[in-house]
Design a protein around this ligand. Structure first.
Ligand SMILES: [Zn+2]
Length: 277
């Protein structure tokens, strides 16, 4: 390869890379100007620009604490590439200020009290009274970059797993959380569709599901986590572009057909009584 060609390729790679320190500082300066006279704090926490309404000290505490540590853990285990887009993280101190801020700064009316990722605005807009939603939403822009063909069930399953995050042996883990009782109820009442159905949902079917598809996806990911199979599954699934649903990767990792695994998984979920960590 000639040196000239190599240089061209390098500059192309740079152009597609995540925002530079200068990009982040420039964006922060623009936001500071726009928000002058308000109580909003703007700061750079690479690869994000963070805006918070809870004062400088608290905004910095969240940015350099929770946000920094969860980002590092997710990058280490799942996402080697950072989002190309410059992502803003907007933190509001409670639900009331979150809803008011979403309307004022983004003209959005959130359908959730917790927070959401807006690809349109390249922003995570959060009720920071409870940071689990931040680590949930963090997964989405990273998934967008690292696994563009991801189906919604896995995008939301992994994000939901980390909405109650912890750390074990230097790796991110998800704890048992509030989505479990409803899932157990649906399994017991036999209203929960099969895992095969979940895996083959389109985006519209997943988000419009008349069962708790988030809980089902989360506790499939949780099962894989607890059996040390989540990373192997993820890598296999991502590598095989023909396996759009993830069923082939799942069966390979489990060593059995999905239909045979289904009763095992249901019984295992019903038997979860407390968080093992
Ligand atoms: Zn989500």
């Amino acid at each position: 390869m000639t040196k000239a060609l190599l240089l061209v390729m390098c500059s192309a790679a740079v152009a597609a890379a995540s925002p530079s320190k200068q990009d982040l500082e420039d964006r922060a300066a623009v936001l500071e100007k726009q928000l002058a006279g308000t109580t909003m704090t703007v700061l750079v926490e690479s690869p994000f620009v963070v805006v918070g309404d809870m004062g400088v000290k608290e905004t910095r505490r969240i940015a350099t604490g929770f946000l920094r540590s969860k980002t590092a853990l997710l990058e280490k285990d799942f996402f080697p590439e950072r989002p190309d887009k410059l992502i803003e993280v907007w933190l509001f101190r409670n639900e009331k200020s979150f809803r008011a801020g979403a309307k004022k700064y983004f003209d959005d009316t959130p359908d959730t009290p917790f927070g959401y990722y807006s690809p349109e605005h390249s922003a995570m807009i959060m009720n920071a009274n409870g940071l689990g939603t931040l680590s949930h939403e963090l997964v989405h822009p990273y998934m967008e970059k690292n696994f563009p063909g991801v189906p919604s069930w896995f995008n939301e399953g992994l994000a939901s797993l980390y909405e109650y995050p912890g750390e074990s042996k230097g790796h991110i883990i998800g704890h048992v959380n509030w989505r479990l009782p409803e899932l157990k109820r649906e399994i017991t009442k036999k209203t929960l569709p099969t895992l095969a159905k979940l895996l083959h949902t389109t985006t519209d079917e997943f988000y419009g599901a008349d069962w708790d598809a988030y809980a089902q996806a989360r506790y499939l990911c949780y099962y894989l986590q607890e059996h040390g199979q989540l990373h192997a599954f993820y890598e296999k699934f991502k590598a095989d572009t023909k396996d759009e649903s993830g069923q082939a990767a799942l069966e390979a990792v489990l060593g059995e057909k999905l239909a045979d695994f289904e009763p095992t998984w249901r019984a295992w979920v019903l038997a979860i009584s407390k968080d093992p960590y």
